[in-house]
Design a protein around this ligand. Sequence first.
Ligand SMILES: [Zn+2]
Length: 347
Amino acid sequence: MSRTAFLTALPKAELHVHLEGSITPEIAMQLARRNGLALPGGDARGLREAYAFRSFRDFLRLYICVSRCLVEVADARDVVVDLARRHARMGVRYAEVTFTPLTHRARGISAEVLWAGLAEGRDEAQRMHGVTYRWVFDVVRSMPQQAEATVDFAIGMDARDLGSVAGVGVGGPEADHYPMEAIGRAFDRARAHGFASLPHAGENAGAASIWTAVRRLGADRIGHGVRALEDPALLQHLRDHGVALEVCPSSNVALGVAPSLLEHPLPALMAHRVPVTLASDDPPMFGTDLIAEYERCIDAFGWDEETVRAVVRAGIEHSFAPPALRDEMLAELSEPSSSPPPSRARA
Ligand SMILES: [Zn+2]
């Protein structure tokens, strides 16, 4: 069994992947064509070049242009089903998929269209590909005025498709000057409704942003959180309270959060016994997917089979997967495998 086959066979949960950021150039072209929209690069080849962006500004521009391709119910549905097709091929059984509803609401797409597209997509993802999805609806940090409407959107989605919402999040630019109070109040309401708190923090901003996510937003997990390393008290808090970090190494390298994979803080976080899960964030935009993230970590950090299994297990344990699915995945993961341990690729 090859290393890729070994990784694929493990029952995996992916806990940090953005629906808009999961759109491949091929799907983006398809949606743009049927909605009469222009994309950066003009044609398929040009668009693929735009996916190899070189700066954060280019990344944002691409992300916004690709997001605009979601217009009709069928667009959101097709994007979800295409992600599920790729997830199924990688042996991902369950994912918490982040979506930013207010970006689309602000350009005039109705909540009804988005709810219907997501519900149809989730249903087909399960039926056609056997992948279970739950949503994380996130607020853009610099738009705190959208926080309450994001929670309303989540409550509306849950009413339409019961149990489909895992939690609420906050993403976008991290800086200390964005006031968190309005977002905090919205999160209080979301948590009272039974949604998990799944904010991004500690990606560009320092450890203080993670403390805010923990203390004010009641974070159940942290998106990225790699800058937790700066504060020993925070590392201890995350470890003692089982607050897992959703670590996305290729994303961090692509956006300059870590200078290179070899210099990534993931091994140090693991040495401090902070719970970590591995995820791909915006996979086609960062030239990655969940299997590639595992392979790159095995190569860069020399992970053995036990380490790989521990990271896969953490992804399941720290997920908000339905209990029956969670138990099934954990049981399957405990079965001994006949495969050789993963080894570093030969140079
Ligand atoms: Zn993210």
